[in-house]
Design a protein around this ligand. Structure first.
Ligand code: THU
Length: 129
């Protein structure tokens, strides 16, 4: 499949506008492209009970999985607060669980444009049962 990385990043940017992050004031949006071509978006959602926070990436991935889509081809991540916003360790492991064909693209945005990397760059030797 030909992946439109720009489109995916634009969807992540749109999703970051819905971020509920009044505690950290750090907004994040994510968009995941699944193997059936569908795109699901998510934002970080915080809570007064701070440990209940969910990251944008897992929000998007869980939307996809709960709609029956379990094979991620690519994930775009965007924060208006930080260039090249990388996924946290927990989100890397969740991506690992649902990666299509043993890897997926991770797209971030730096000053000079999009960075397109593989999950295996971020998480070699992920855990699997
Ligand atoms: N956050 C994400 O949404 N994704 C990440 O990969 C890193 C962290 C959120 C969680 C929290 O709401 C805020 O960023 C600050 O940690």
């Amino acid at each position: 499949m030909n992946i439109d990385f720009e489109l995916l990043m634009n969807k992540a940017k749109e999703a970051s506008k819905f971020s509920y992050s009044q505690f950290s004031k750090f907004a994040v949006g994510a968009a995941v492209l699944m193997s059936n071509g569908e795109i699901y978006t998510g934002c970080n959602i915080e809570n007064s009970s701070l440990g209940l926070t969910i990251c944008a990436e897992r929000c998007a991935i869980f939307k996809a999985v709960s709609a029956g889509q379990k094979e991620i081809l690519a994930v775009a991540i965007y924060s208006p607060n930080q260039k090249d916003c990388y996924p946290c360790g927990a989100c890397r492991q969740v991506m690992f669980e649902f990666q299509a064909q043993d890897d997926l693209f991770v797209i971030t945005e730096a000053e000079e444009g999009l960075h397109i990397r593989k999950l295996s760059d971020f998480l070699p030797y992920g855990f699997r049962i």
